[in-house]
Write a protein that binds this ligand. Structure first.
Ligand code: ZN
Length: 301
């Protein structure tokens, strides 16, 4: 099944806030959050989490990567639940210390507020993004024991970014892969999400595919269950390879002119995609990075 709404997914597992920009919650004696969405959605996430936990508090929040739409509400959560421990990769913590990166997260969250308003998600948090420190530097393959017989395993799965961690809950076969897998767009188009390294992205996908997840959480819009979980990872590999061939052909035709190749890719996959979709500026930013990554790869090979 492909689930594109908030609410309960499986026993004790929930999509909170907005399916497009979700926070995931694993309930139990030690409740855990995964990712922290956008700053504008902070109240929405808080209300959704309290709706499940009541007076209880989440113990951990694990971050997949340091993009603005995955870390936006962390500082708000810290105010609401001061004992909440924030975990992420070492690279993620380094990025959060860079004033330029923090400014970008702030700018993009500010810009994103308008999109959240368009999606008529209320109430809106109008405060600006604030940086924060990590309490746990999660190491690759580290297992965090929650309770007897329930754990979270951090898997370093670079390709979208270098700081990327996916989280695997083996006892429940839940995989929070976020943008280590393709985004399932309108009309079923799969948007490959490699930004920094194509081959690392494919390696990460192959690693995740072998886990045998039955609940797969993507970064935006969708959760895949049962046979759709592994199938989506397999389809993500194919989508990435198709994207690679298409873009290599465009780059060859444009003699390495990245901007022209980006326009060709955009005409192919974005122009006719129905709304709601990623805003043009964000789409172009990511596509430029994808095309540039492929161009560098072509020159290496
Ligand atoms: Zn991202």
């Amino acid at each position: 099944m492909i689930i594109q709404k908030t609410g309960k997914i499986g026993d004790d597992f929930y999509v909170i806030g907005s399916a497009a920009i979700p926070v995931y919650l694993l309930d139990g004696p030690v409740p855990v959050l995964f990712d922290a969405g956008m700053t504008a959605g902070a109240f929405l996430y808080e209300a959704g989490i309290k709706g499940i936990l009541g007076e209880r508090e989440p113990d951990f929040l694990f971050l997949s990567h340091s993009h603005f739409d995955h870390v936006g509400s962390v500082s708000h959560f810290k105010k609401v639940w001061p004992d909440l421990k924030i975990g992420g990769s070492v690279r993620c913590s380094e990025i959060l210390l860079k004033p330029k990166a923090v400014q970008l997260m702030r700018d993009l969250n500010f810009e994103g507020t308008n999109n959240i308003k368009k999606m008529s998600l209320a109430p809106i948090n109008e405060k600006r993004f604030e940086s924060f420190g990590l309490d746990i530097l999660v190491q690759p393959d580290q297992t965090i024991e929650l309770t007897l017989g329930l754990s979270v395993v951090a898997l370093n799965t670079p390709g979208h970014t270098w700081d990327f961690m996916s989280y695997w809950i083996p006892e429940k076969k839940i995989l929070i892969a976020s943008e280590a897998v393709a985004t399932y767009e309108n009309k079923g188009y799969l948007q490959p999400e490699f930004l920094v390294d194509f081959d690392a992205y494919i390696d990460s996908l192959n690693r995740l595919k072998n886990l045998g997840a039955t609940i797969l959480c993507a970064g935006h819009h969708s959760v895949f269950t049962d046979e759709d979980a592994v199938a989506h990872i397999r389809r993500s590999v194919k989508a990435a390879n198709d994207y690679l061939s298409m873009t290599e052909a465009f780059l060859a035709r444009e003699k390495g002119d990245i901007d022209q190749a980006v326009l060709r890719v955009k005409a192919e996959e974005w122009d006719n995609r129905p709304w709601p979709k990623q805003p043009e500026s964000a789409y172009l930013l990511n596509t430029w990075q994808r095309v540039n990554t492929i161009w560098n790869r072509m020159n290496r090979h």
